[in-house]
Design a binder for this molecule. Structure first.
Ligand SMILES: CC(=O)N[C@H]1[C@@H](OP(=O)(O)OP(=O)(O)OC[C@H]2O[C@@H](n3ccc(=O)[nH]c3=O)[C@H](O)[C@@H]2O)O[C@H](CO)[C@@H](O)[C@@H]1O
Ligand SMILES: C=C(OP(=O)(O)O)C(=O)O
Length: 430
């Protein structure tokens, strides 16, 4: 199994191209199930989760063709992929495929909307909480679906004549359930109004793509999304938006090591709250014509308190990385996690590097230390693993991160991108 060896101590200087967003690419790919025409997605990142979803979509009958020429966006290798699902060949998403990745469960929306039935295994994904699916069930039930849970599978059937538009207010904001209800409602009869909808940029990206496919959607980006059902959707060409979590991760890495890096092809508007926290920690961040420039020229890292929240709040997917940064602040900071109940698994691993962190319920208290020291650490989930990389970049000596497969789910060519800016990061295959 691969491991990542980081020799700490170098500042970061140069350009890091930001890839297409994993969490936008996945629902966009799933939207290809809604049409018998070709959906072309540009800027699809080359990640383990994307490859896994390609297998899952193939199982449902999606024909995939990847352009031989890799699209060159700066130094990125994100690809253009064509998805064509003439007919849905299988409405079952089996445990073996779905258990590896949370988002694969989302095929339930398009399968139900287009074929009137779906049998989908309960999902897997990062072990950061219990992650139930009750909101999906409620939302699809509101659209008229009949849902039964049997042997770890959800069996869903639409009424004769198809799903029926409805008004439904989510009791809690859910990105995935908003994606699914929006996709399902595009082909339902009549109007659907989603209340307390997720406002994440990835939801907006999916809505824009669905609109390009002929869906009638308004209000995306606000808490109320309205969808007028149509009888069919067509193909479209859509570019996946830049990855705001990758953007924030590298911004935090530069704030940690010091240096001057342009994060190319990204947009600060996608993560204002997180960037504000990095600025308060001591970095200067400016939007340039090509991307975001992040600079920290000496000076201390200052302690900053953050609380995770749905968009436009501080993203839970940047919580671990920000904690990595705070381990070296010159004071005491607090980080409160409000989205997932078990998203602090990086705490004990950061402690191996010398970080001083204590937990009280959903809040971590981080007492900044003046130096970290390299050690063997274990990646526990996707964002937790990259927080260890960030800490390793400044830790004295060698940090060896094991279980790198977590990182490969969400960070395209991490070592190359960091090394191009002066880091010393090496993948070691045993
Ligand atoms: C592939 C992808 O895009 N994953 C992102 C997505 O995950 P995901 O879509 O799974 O996250 P949700 O927004 O659904 O989860 C938010 C909260 O709602 C709860 N919940 C969700 C559904 C449900 O039926 N019942 C329920 O209680 C969850 O357990 C969690 O506590 O949004 C999360 C929150 O921004 C991010 O951390 C993930 O990176
Ligand atoms: C938690 C994440 O992914 P998933 O929802 O697929 O587990 C993530 O992208 O940080």
């Amino acid at each position: 199994m691969d491991r990542i060896r980081i020799t700490g101590g170098n500042e970061l200087h140069g350009i890091i191209p930001i890839s297409g967003a994993k969490n936008a690419a996945l629902p966009l790919m799933i939207a290809s199930l809604l049409t018998d025409d070709t959906l072309t997605l540009e800027n699809v990142p080359h990640l383990a989760d994307v490859e896994q979803l390609l297998r899952i979509l193939g199982n449902h009958g999606v024909d995939v063709s990847v352009n031989g020429r890799r699209e060159r966006q700066g130094e990125s290798y994100s690809r253009t992929i064509h998805f064509t699902c003439r007919t849905i060949t299988d409405t079952t998403a089996p445990y073996e495929l779905v258990s590896k990745m949370r988002a694969s469960f989302w095929v339930i929306g398009p399968l139900l909307a287009r074929e009137g039935r779906a049998r989908v295994s309960l999902p897997g994904g990062c072990a950061i909480g219990t992650r139930p699916v009750d909101l999906f069930i409620e939302a699809l039930t509101a659209l008229g679906a009949n849902i039964e849970i049997d042997s770890g599978y959800i069996n869903a059937t639409a009424p004769k004549g198809g799903l029926v538009g409805a008004r439904y207010v989510f009791p809690k904001v859910s990105v995935g359930a908003t994606h699914v209800m929006m996709m399902a409602a595009t082909l339902a009869n009549g109007q659907t109004v989603i209340g307390n909808a997720a406002r994440e940029p990835e939801v907006v990206d999916l809505a824009n793509c669905l609109i390009a496919m002929g869906a009638k959607i308004s209000g995306h980006g606000t808490s109320t999304i309205t969808i007028e059902g149509v009888s069919s959707l067509s193909g479209a060409r859509h570019r996946v938006l830049p990855d705001r979590i990758e953007t924030g991760t590298y911004a935090m890495a530069v704030a940690m090591t010091g240096g001057d890096v342009v994060l190319e092809g990204t947009d600060g508007a996608l993560l204002e709250t997180a960037l504000e926290a990095v600025r308060r920690a001591g970095a200067t961040i400016t939007q340039t014509e090509t991307g975001l420039r992040v600079v920290r020229n000496g000076g201390a890292i200052k302690p900053v308190d953050v609380v995770t929240d749905p968009f436009p709040g501080f993203p839970t997917d940047l919580q671990a990385q920000f904690m990595g940064l705070m381990t070296m602040s010159n004071g005491v900071s607090h980080i409160t996690e409000t989205i997932f109940e078990n998203r602090f698994m990086h705490v004990q691993e950061l402690a191996r590097l010398g970080a001083k962190i204590s937990l009280s319920g959903q809040t971590a208290k981080i007492e900044g230390v003046s130096k970290l020291k390299g050690a063997p650490v274990m990646a526990t989930d996707l964002r937790a693993s990259v927080s260890l990389v960030i800490a390793g970049l400044v830790a004295e000596g060698e940090t060896m991160v094991s279980r790198v497969y977590h990182l490969d789910r969400g960070f395209e060519r991490l070592e190359e991108k960091l090394n191009a800016c002066g880091a010393n990061v090496e993948r070691v295959s045993d």
